[in-house]
Write a protein that binds this ligand. Sequence first.
Ligand code: PLP
Length: 444
Amino acid sequence: MTSKLALLGGPKAVKSDPGDIFKWPIITKEDEEAVLEVLREGKMSQTDVTQKFEQEFAEWLGMKYALAHNNGTAAINAALFGLGIGVGDEIICPSITYWASCLPAYSLGATVVFADIDPDTLNIDPNDIEKRITPRTKAIMVVHYLGMPADMDAIMEIARKYNLKVIEDCSHAHGAKYKGRMVGTFGDVAAFSLMSGKSLACGEGGILVTNDRRIYERAIIFGHYERHKYAITCSDLKAGAGLPWGGYKYRMHQLTSAVCRVQLKYYPERMAEIDKAMNYFWDLLEGVPGLRSHRPPKGSGTTKGGWYAPHGIYVKEELGGLSITRFCEAVRAEGAPCVPGCNLPLHLHPLFNTIDVYHHGKPTRIANLPEGVDIREPPGSLPVSESINRRVFTVPWFKKFKPEIIEEYAEAYRKVAENYEELLPGDKGDDESIGAWGLTFRIR
Ligand SMILES: *Cc1c(COP(=O)(O)O)cnc(C)c1O
C-alpha cells in the first residue's frame, strides 16, 4: 500500500497554481504614478511627500506626531534617543525578536537586558519583566511579535509601578489591535519598519509615532537637521539646532514616501482580506493534534493586522515526538512552505556577550555599567527563548481570500500531522541550524 504522504510516495496535497495569493506588496498603476511624479519633479530628497505621509499615518493611528525615517532601525534608534535613553541606561527587550529592537541602544551608550517570552503568544512575558528590572532600567521595549499584540495591560501596569518608559516595536504588527485599540498607541513612543518584507511594505523605510511633543522634537534633533528651523520649539533643543545631535541623517527617501502613501491608502482593506484568509486557514486546522495557531482568541477585539510572517506552534508530544525538522520536510513535500524556527535568541549571540564594539576594553554589553555589574545572560537564563525555535514553524502567508487554494495548503499540514506515525521511522531528529537572525528572506 502506498502512503498518503507525498514524502513517502503519495499524492501532493497542494495541486493548484497559487496564482497571486502570495504576491506582496500589491503594486498598481497608482504606486507607479506616485513614484514617477517624485522622480519627474526631482523631489527625491525633499520632505513634502514625506510630510503628507506622516500626517496620514498619524491620522490612521490617531496619534499626534509621526516622523518618517530611512528604515525601521533608524526609527527605533531615534525613538530611544527621544525617550532620553543614554549612557549606562538599560532597556528590557524580549530575546526573541529582530536585532533592531534593541541593538541601537549600544550606539547611545545604553545596553539591553533580555526578558523571556511566553511560549504561546511568543511575546515578552510580563511575569519575567519585573525580574529583569535594575536601578538602571529606563524603558521596556515591547515587540508585537509576528503580528500578535503583546499583553499591554500587564506591561503598562509594570511600567507605571516602576516609572519606566514604554516603546513599542510595531514592525510586525501594522494595524494590529489589542482589545480594540491599535498597537503603537499604548507606549510613550512606537516605531514601525516599512521595508518591503513587512505587512505595510513600502521599500526601505520606517516611522516613529508619539503623542509627546518633546519625544518628537528630540527625534528630529537627532537625525533630521533639515527640519530644525521650523519644527523645534523646546528651548534647550533649539539652542543646539542646525546640526543632527546623533550625527545621523535619517530622512526618508521620497520614492519610499510616495509608495507609502498609496500602500497606506489600501492597507486597511488588504489587511482585512489577509485576516480573513489566515483565520480561514487556521479554522481548518483547529483541533488537529500537534498544531496550534498563533492568533488571538476570537471575539477578544485583539487582531493580528497584516499577519507578518505567520507561524504555527508545534507540539511534538502529541505527534509521538516527531522532530519539527521531519514534520516540515513532509509538509514541504506536500507543496506548502513550512520552515521550522523563528528569530534566534539574541542573548546567546557573541555581540551580547564578548564583543567589544567601541574599544572600551570590555564587552560593549557591560561597558557603560558600574564597575563589577554584569547583566549578561548565559545559556539557561531564558529557557523559553532558548527552546522556542524547535516549537514554531512557518505557515503560508495568504494575501487573498481564495478558499479552494487555502484548503489545499491546510490539507498539507493536516495530512502530515494525522499520518505522523509513518514519519517516525525515518526521523533523524532536529538539525542544528533551526532559526535565523532575520525572518524576511527566510520565509520566501
Ligand atoms: C524589520 C524589523 C525592524 C527593523 O526595520 P528595518 O526597516 O528593516 O530597519 C525592527 N524590528 C523588528 C521586530 C523588525 O522585524
